[in-house]
Design a protein around this ligand. Structure first.
Ligand SMILES: Nc1ncnc2c1ncn2[C@@H]1O[C@H](COP(=O)(O)OP(=O)(O)OP(=O)(O)O)[C@@H](O)[C@H]1O
Length: 335
């Protein structure tokens, strides 16, 4: 039976992840809140360095040693995860309930272990399955991501990049987790293989009740999978929207700039590029963090904007929407 679509799986509230460095504290994730329903795919978009990977690592609690602050609330199926000790989190949550396909996962496979054994490992370690049963389940996971089952007995170097990436996805899928977080799953692959991997993810989404968080720079490919889109800028989510609205008429000036920067086949005008750079996360500006680059900047932007809710399940962190309920178009619509 398909799950209730209104069923909230994950709720993140005021999540902060700050790092200590010799130059000061980097506020990589700074007050992020969102909800994800069961079987929903949320894409996280944003420029390099805006905190996407740090957000993923915070959800998986894969934290470096130089954490200055890790706070807020993360509930999964109603259970507060922040209250768990690291050991409890490792035993009860990571891989079993939330699994991860890290950046360049295909290069992270162990070169001296057969890929089948690597995919079977989380089952033996976390579910205490015997090797034969774990390998049987690994073979099933291989089939669902389009890797022939006899590849179980191969080593990573014997597989193409696309096949290795599928193996990394099989590893995340094999424990049948509630949520899979994928960080740039197609970034190092050629376009055809990228499309194949996206098709695998779409098919898995139809067949399983898994939810996804997909981190990407690739707006085009992500549009095929996304139900929701979160746009991150300088450590914060500046827009949360459902995919259909986001890809046709985004709200936030930064989100509009990102969309206008995507080259289109029959577009007459040049794609837009957003001048300037994101601010340093060592001392982000006090007001709107996008203000210095924003074509719609006006007086209130010196103050931090609140999150406005122009529609159901829509949030935008921009003063333009203090009264406005419709997206205020700032760039020419591509024709
Ligand atoms: N362990 C760390 N110590 C100090 N600073 C860090 C650490 N990890 C990340 N950062 C900093 O945190 C900020 C956010 O980085 P993050 O990798 O999360 O961004 P991103 O949006 O995922 O970028 P990309 O798309 O390039 O992967 C950056 O300024 C980065 O330099």
């Amino acid at each position: 039976m398909r799950p209730d679509q209104n069923d909230t799986l994950l709720r993140v509230d005021n999540l902060q992840l700050h790092f200590r460095t010799s130059r000061g504290v980097v506020q990589a994730v700074d007050g992020v809140s969102f909800e994800l329903r069961r079987n929903e795919a949320m894409v996280i978009l944003g420029e390099s360095g805006c905190g996407k990977t740090s957000l993923a690592r915070a959800l998986l609690r894969l934290l470096p040693r130089n954490v200055e602050r890790f706070s807020g609330s993360i509930t999964l199926n109603g259970q507060e995860l922040m209250g768990l000790s690291d050991e409890e989190f490792r035993q009860q949550v990571r891989w079993l309930k939330i699994s991860f396909v890290p950046q360049a996962a295909m290069n992270a496979l162990n070169p001296v272990l057969k890929v089948g054994d690597q995919v079977a490992e989380p089952l033996m370690e976390h579910l205490r399955l015997g090797r034969q049963e774990a390998l049987r389940r690994a073979a099933e996971a291989f089939t669902s991501v389009g890797v022939p089952a006899d590849f179980l007995h191969r080593y990573a170097f014997e597989l193409s990049g696309g096949m290795r990436q599928r193996v990394a996805i099989a590893m995340a899928l094999v424990t049948n987790p509630d949520l899979i977080v994928l960080d740039e799953p197609t970034s190092a692959l050629d376009v055809l293989t990228q499309a194949n991997i996206m098709n695998v993810l779409k098919r898995i989404k139809q067949e399983y009740t898994t939810s996804y968080i997909l981190i990407t720079h690739d707006i085009g490919t992500s549009s095929e999978l996304a139900d929701r889109v979160a746009t991150m800028y300088a450590g914060q989510i500046v827009e949360l929207n459902d995919a259909a609205h986001f890809f046709s008429r985004p709200y936030h000036p930064y989100a509009q700039g990102l969309m206008a920067s995507v080259p289109r086949l029959r577009q007459k005008q040049d794609p837009v590029f957003i001048p300037g750079q994101p601010p340093s996360l060592l001392q982000p500006p006090a007001g709107c963090r996008f203000a210095a680059r924003c074509p719609a900047r006006f007086e209130p932007c010196d103050q931090e904007p609140p999150l406005y809710e122009p529609g159901a399940r829509q949030q935008v962190k921009c003063w333009l929407y203090a009264e406005e309920r419709q997206p205020v178009p700032l760039y020419a619509t591509p024709t």
